[in-house]
Every structure is written in structure tokens, then in C-alpha cells.
Design a protein around this ligand. Structure first.
Ligand SMILES: [Zn+2]
Length: 775
């Protein structure tokens, strides 16, 4: 589901929103020597004694040396040889093949099957009936020389999964990306989409947001097209001359609603054969209006036939036309009808039992289902995860025994809506909440810079791991390269200074763009999403052209970044699985939550200023005086200035977490400096407490209007979804300008933060006591 482009877009947004890097008191990081003071390989690993550090490093080196790029290439060719979407024969063949591999490599592996609602198209029509006639092809042509692009019989047609069936005819309106701000702009231009079909371009967030917002504005149909400015010839030569989306290339994809991920018929429970199911008509995550995706080749005649105002400058794409908004005179007929069958999905689950703490689980995963051949998304990620499993199996045969249990997961059904991972987590939630140490996800892989998102208790760990991984192009550590990139991308001196102050690169907060979602948001499990990207001169996301031929010509052609990702992911898994004390770090978490609270305060202040200013301009007559009388221009509505809110419970919560985190990290440093392992029973008790800390961020009631999402700090936005909306219980209402409702949520979130502080404090008590006894 993730495209690296969207990841990068999120990263940029993230950077803009939260500056770059945390500043942490050096004292709390005394144990984590920076690469400047100690070359990688000699410093003591966080969570390890000096002796166990050395052993661990030796095994990790062996593991890293054992990753073979040629395996990645061969496995990609095998897994992407035919289309393999949910319910297709080759998807099942891949599941069986992956299962057999895990077994050969020494894992105890099985397939877990669920029955999910997965619509596939029966009938798709986009045609213009006025002022001229045009029927959209809705078909991606094969490319000569690309050997898998002609597998038409097995290719899923271009469509948006979970679009409701519908047959509508109406005037067309161009709505840019189709987000809420775009409709505000349309209001100002006097254009309504009521009773119209909208045409939106892909990009700027979750595609499911486009029909959702369109329906909220009473549109009756939605067409989404790929503008060449966003992923086509505007960026570089298009396929097959270059790697960018060609004229007839279409982005398939899910338009599932954001109320909950997973099977639309079984929210909150595993979609097992006998599970109680909603009626399809009661499933909240199916769209309200029909939606279809089209290529720019199909969009061009429709957009060319629009009249009405010229689109605002930022709305214009790269097509050789004047972009008009409509409505009409283009009148469009849109029809979608699907088979609404239950289909099986098959998760492959492979376990390597831990020697000392078998009931503590370190989980690593990637999805294997694709929209079509899916070489980049998801196979580029899946093959690295498989190569990690193979190399760890090899290590195990040579005598390496992970302390904790390692579980590898190959998810099915990610593309339609995180189906495989969500149903699995829902089914096993109780057990996972007792045992899961962390979940590490990948989804696709490209070429370039290391990128990570996740819960910030793992920020320091992943920085430490990536200090040990070499960048294949620059021969410096991937961590250093990522850090220098932050400096290069910083917008001002302040951001650069922030970045330089910390050795660790700040990780992003995660939304719900891939299979980590149920782990974090539903089960409260610490998680990371990792991958490489940012240097690709290509984009064939969710089209038939994302295949082996394209990937090996335009993306990670020699699999050197595949190798780096396998080294990164596998090392992180090993480090978590073997540590005496699980190396969570809470200063970064406290600092990050503090920033989220500051952001909320700033958001309120900005909104107050903005509305005050606008009301003044309305009074002064600025809008009427400056409007061109030959164009329609509607002044914005006057609004009440937002009231002050009481953020004190959040700030007190953050302070409490900071204090507990400092105390825990001080004890941790003390123990590390002493250098010896904790007695086994003491370590076990401490780890058991540590594992529970992330769970305390959950409330059983969940977010106010999305009860499936239970984490009170990390959450996707209801409208931006792909991206994160931290402290969503408060933030979501603020974005909707429901100030009272937002204010009313603050004490609840404040209490959650206090609970987290208590949980970290308990771990600090455990460790302080252990150190005192050790003397
Ligand atoms: Zn994916």
C-alpha cells in the first residue's frame, strides 16, 4: 500500500511540522556513545553487558555478511512472475512457496486463513455524453519488451476496491486533490459539487479521502486520475523510455473508509470462517458514492471539455490544456458494479523459538499480496524480509539461539485494507499484548536514504542499528547519511542546529499506510516501519508496470539497497531478541509527545489569529474591494474566534513522563556502566514491565469517533489517514473547529499520559532495586 513517494511526502510534511531532531540531555545518553567518540563495533550495545555485547556483535556481523543480493533478485522474479492479488491463484501459490521456504530455513511455519470481503469489478464505465462523446479505455496496454505486462487474463482491472456499486450521470467538476481545503476554495469561487461527479487527481494523502469528502459535499460520483505532474512525464521520461507512469497507466487502490482497517464486515474481531459478520449495507468503510481511477490519457478529453473558471495556479497539472473547474459542460456517465464475494486470505506465520524467553515475541513482517505483479510494492520489501529469515535460519544452524522468540509474518490482503495483519492481530490480541516486544514492518523498498517511522521508544534502537549498516553508494553509515540529509533538507538555521545537536535522527510518527497499524493502534505494540528511498527516477505504483522488468531497470537495479534493508531489519530483530534488557528508550518518547502538545497549542493560536484577521478583513471590506467583478468570488464566512483551551492536563502528563523517563534512563545508564548482566529473574520481571508500557497508551473506548483506534498518542488522521495525526482525540476536533469537543478530550488524554508515566516509573523502580541489590 505504501509508496515510497508517499512516505517521502509524509517525511517532508513531518519535517515541516516537527522540525528535525530532538535534543536530549547528554547525561541520559552516556551509555550510547556516538560514532564520533567510539567507532561502531566497540561501544557497548544498549541493553547488553560488555560480554554479551561482543557476542551479539559477532553474530550480527555474520548475519550481515550472509545477505546475498542475488537471492533477492531471484525471489523477486519468482514472486512477481504473475499477478497475485487477493484470491488469485498465484497469490495462493506464493503463500505456499513462502511457507515451504520458511520450513526449509528451520522455522516452525503455518498458514492462517481468514475470510474477507474483497470486491472485484464486474462492470466499469466512464464515458462523456456531452458536449461530445468519449468512452474511457480503462485498460493499461502491454509494453513491448516487458515480459509480464501482457498477462491480461490474470490482471485485476483498474478499479478502486470498496467503491460502492453505482450508476450515475452528471456534470463534471475538477476538485484538485479533493481534500477539504480544496472544497473551501471552490466555495470561494462559487462552485458547488452538489449533484455533480467530481474528478480529482491522485496525491496528497489517502485516496479514500477523495470520495469521502466529495460525498460530504453531496457529489454523486468520483473519478480519480493520475496527473503527469505528480508521477508522469513532468518528472522524467515515461515508461518504457523512462520509469515514470505512462499515458495509459492507472493507479489501482483501495478507497476504504478510515473508521477501521481490515475486513469491513468484522471490525474488532478476526474474520475467521464462523465469525459474526455485518451486512454489507452496514459496513461503514465502503464508500457512499461510486469511484473509479483512470489514466491521464482517459482524463484528458474530460478535463479538456470543462469550462467555467480557470483552476487556481497550484491546481494545474502538466497536461497541455487550460485547467477549468466546471461544472460542465462535460457531462459524464460513471458506472461501477462489483462481485461482493468473501475471499480467503492466507497469512504465512513462521516462528523461531527463543531459548531463554520464548514467551517474548519479536515480530517482523511485510505483505506479499499485490495489485498486479507488484515487484516494488510489495515484493521488494518481502524479499528482504525473506532473506533475513533465511540468513537467521542459517545462523541458528551455526549455533546462534535467539533469547526471545522471533516471528516472521508474510501478510496477505494488505492492499485492499491491511486485511491480513489486522485480522491476525484482532484474532490474537490478548496473546500479543502479553508477549509482543515489537513489530518491525517493511512495505516495498527503493534506492537512497534510510527512512523510519514508529513509536519513539524504538528511535534510539533503530539509530544504533543503522550506525552499523553501510550505505552502498556512499560507504558511510546509513544513519549518518540520513542525518546529513536532514541537515540538507532543513528549512532554516534553527532546524539545522536542532539536527546537529542530537546524534539520533528523529523518526516519523506513523499513520496507517501499512501493516503496522493494528499492532500500534489496536494492540499498543511498539513498532517500526523501515525502508530506503528518495533516489528513484521512476513511479509505476499500483499499475501493471510495477514488475520485475521495470524494477530491475529503474529502481534498485543491483539490489544493493535490498541488501541494506535486509541487514537493517535483521539486525534490529536480533538486537531486540538477544538483549538482556529490552532496549526501549523513553526520553525520546517523552520529548516527542511534548512536541505534539506544543503543536496543539500552536495550532490553536494560529487558528485564533487567522480567524481574527479574516473577520477584520471582512469588516474592512477587503474581499469585496479586491474581487474582480468579471469573476465570481464569494467572501469567506465570518467565524467565531476559537476559545482558549486548557492544555494543562497534557503538559502535566508530559512532565510526568519526562521525569519517569529520566529516572529510568539514569538507572539504565548506571546498570550499563556497571557492565554485568542482571540476574535472570530480575531481568525477566523488568522486561515484563517494559513490554507493558506501550500498552498503557491505549484506552478501551478508543478515539471519540473511531473506537477501533485505541492508542491516544499515535493515530492516523480521519481525513489524511496515510499520515499521522498525533493526539487525535484532541487534534481531530480542532481540525474540524469543534473547540469545545476538543477541549473536553484533554483530561482523558492527560490521564493516559499520567498512566504511562506511572508504568515507566515502575520499570525505573525495578531497575533501581536490582542495581541496589547487586551491590
Ligand atoms: Zn504495499
Amino acid at each position: 500500500m505504501t509508496s515510497l513517494r508517499s512516505l517521502i511526502a509524509n517525511l517532508v510534511v513531518y519535517l515541516v511540522a516537527y522540525l528535525a531532531i530532538i535534543t536530549i540531555g547528554a547525561a541520559h545518553f552516556a551509555f550510547a556513545q556516538s560514532p564520533q567518540t567510539a567507532p561502531a563495533g566497540t561501544s557497548r550495545l544498549a541493553g547488553y553487558s560488555s560480554e554479551s555485547s561482543q557476542t551479539e556483535r559477532d553474530w550480527e556481523k555474520k548475519f550481515q555478511a550472509g545477505i546475498v543480493p542475488e537471492n533477492l533478485r531471484q525471489n523477486m522474479q519468482r514472486l512477481s512472475a504473475r499477478p497475485h492479488h487477493v484470491g488469485s491463484p498465484y497469490d495462493k501459490e506464493n503463500a505456499d512457496w513462502i511457507l515451504s521456504k520458511f520450513k526449509v530455513w528451520g522455522f516452525d511455519a503455518h498458514i492462517e486463513t481468514f475470510q474477507v470481503l474483497f470486491p472485484t469489478p464486474k462492470e466499469r464505465i466512464v464515458e462523456m455524453i456531452e458536449p461530445t462523446k468519449f468512452r474511457a479505455k480503462l485498460q493499461e496496454p502491454a509494453v513491448p519488451g516487458d515480459p509480464t505486462s501482457n498477462q491480461v487474463a490474470e490482471q485485476l482491472p483498474t478499479y478502486n476496491a470498496y467503491s460502492i456499486d453505482g450508476d450515475v450521470t452528471a456534470p463534471l467538476v475538477y476538485v484538485n486533490y479533493g481534500n477539504r481545503e480544496d472544497y473551501e476554495q471552490l466555495d470561494r469561487l462559487g462552485i458547488s459539487v452538489k449533484g455533480a461527479i467530481v474528478i480529482a487527481r491522485y496525491g496528497e494523502g489517502w485516496r479514500g479521502m477523495k470520495p469521502k469528502v466529495a460525498a460530504e459535499h453531496q457529489a454523486i460520483g468520483c473519478i480519480i486520475y493520475s496527473d503527469p505532474k505528480d508521477d508522469g512525464f513532468f518528472n522524467g521520461d515515461d515508461y518504457p523510455k523512462g520509469g515514470w507512469r505512462p499515458r495509459e497507466g492507472v493507479q489501482r487502490g483501495s478507497v476504504m473508509g478510515t473508521d477501521y482497517p481490515g475486513d469491513p464486515l468484522t471490525p474488532g474481531v478476526g474474520a475467521t470462517a464462523g465469525a459474526k459478520r455485518l451486512d454489507i449495507k452496514d459496513a461503514k468503510t465502503i464508500t457512499k458514492i461510486p469511484v473509479l481511477p483512470i489514466s491521464w490519457g482517459d482524463a484528458l478529453p474530460l478535463l479538456s471539455a470543462l469550462q467555467g473558471p480557470v483552476a487556481p495556479e497550484e491546481w494545474r497539472g502538466a497536461l497541455p490544456i487550460t485547467y477549468h473547474l466546471g461544472p460542465g459542460p462535460a457531462k459524464v456517465h460513471l458506472k461501477v458494479a462489483s462481485n461482493w464475494d468473501l475471499k480467503p486470505i492466507n497469512d504465512v506465520i513462521a516462528t523461531l523459538r527463543g531459548s531463554d524467553e520464548p514467551d517474548e515475541w519479536v515480530i517482523r513482517g511485510n505483505h506479499y499480496d499485490a495489485w498486479v505483479n507488484g515487484a516494488e510494492d510489495p515484493i521488494a520489501g518481502m524479499v528482504t524480509v525473506l532473506e533475513e529469515a533465511r540468513a537467521l535460519g542459517e545462523l541458528h544452524k551455526q549455533g546462534w539461539n535467539p533469547k526471545r522468540t522471533i516471528i516472521f509474518c508474510a501478510w496477505d490482503g494488505e492492499e485492499p485494507g491491511l486485511l491480513g495483519s489486522t485480522e491476525w492481530v484482532e484474532t490474537h490480541r490478548d496473546e500479543l499484548q502479553k508477549r509482543a516486544v515489537a513489530y518491525i514492518n517493511s512495505d516495498s523498498n527503493d534506492r537512497g536514504f534510510f527512512e523510519a517511522g514508529g513509536t519513539h521508544d524504538l528511535q534510539h534502537l533503530i539509530n544504533d542499528v543503522t550506525r552499523d549498516i553501510q550505505d552502498p553508494e556512499k560507504l558511510i553509515s546509513v544513519q549518518q547519511r540520513a542525518r546529513l540529509q536532514r541537515i540538507a533538507r532543513a528549512r532554516n538555521a534553527e532546524e539545522r542546529a536542532e539536527t546537529r545537536k542530537s546524534d539520533d535522527v528523529r523518526i516519523r510518527a506513523l499513520g496507517d499506510s501499512s501493516d503496522f497499524t493494528a499492532f500500534i493502534n489496536y494492540a499498543g505494540i511498539s513498532a517500526l516501519n523501515i525502508g530506503y528511498g528518495g533516489e528513484d527516477d521512476a513511479d509505476a505504483y499500483h499499475s501493471i508496470y510495477d514488475d520485475f522488468y521495470w524494477y530491475t531497470k529503474y529502481v534498485d537495479t543491483d539490489f544493493s539497497y535490498g541488501r541494506a534493508l535486509a541487514q537493517t531489519g535483521g539486525t534490529a530483530v536480533m538486537r531486540l531478541a538477544d538483549a538482556g534488557v529490552i532496549p526501549y528508550e523513553y526520553n525520546a518518547e517523552a520529548e516527542t509527545i511534548g512536541r505534539y502538545v506544543t503543536d496543539l497549542e500552536k495550532l490553536l493560536k494560529d487558528k485564533q489569529d487567522e480567524i481574527t484577521e479574516r473577520n477584520l478583513e471582512l469588516q474592512e471590506g477587503v474581499f469585496t474591494a479586491t474581487a474582480d467583478p468579471r469573476k465570481t468570488s464569494v467572501p469567506p464566512p465570518a467565524k467565531a474566534v476559537p476559545p482558549f483551551m486548557n492544555f494543562a492536563p497534557l503538559k502535566n502528563g508530559v512532565e510526568a513522563i519526562k521525569k519517569s523517563a529520566e529516572r529510568y534512563q539514569a538507572a539504565f545508564t548506571k546498570w550499563q556502566t556497571a557492565g554485568s548482566d542482571l540476574p535472570a529473574r530480575t531481568a525477566a520481571a523488568l522486561n515484563a514491565d517494559l513490554i507493558q508500557i506501550q500498552r498503557t497508551f491505549l484506552t478501551e473506548k478508543g478515539l471519540p469517533e473511531r473506537p477501533w483506534f485505541k492508542h491516544q498518542v499515535y493515530a492516523p488522521g480521519a481525513y489524511n489517514s496515510y499520515g499521522a495525526k498525533p493526539i487525535a482525540a484532541v487534534r481531530e476536533y480542532m481540525d474540524q473547529e469543534k473547540w469545545k469537543e476538543a477541549d473536553a478530550q484533554i483530561p482523558m488524554v492527560g490521564q493516559v499520559l499520567e498512566n504511562v508515566a506511572v508504568a515507566i516509573g515502575k520499570a525505573a523502580d525495578d531497575l533501581e532495586k536490582a542495581i541496589a541489590q547487586g551491590r
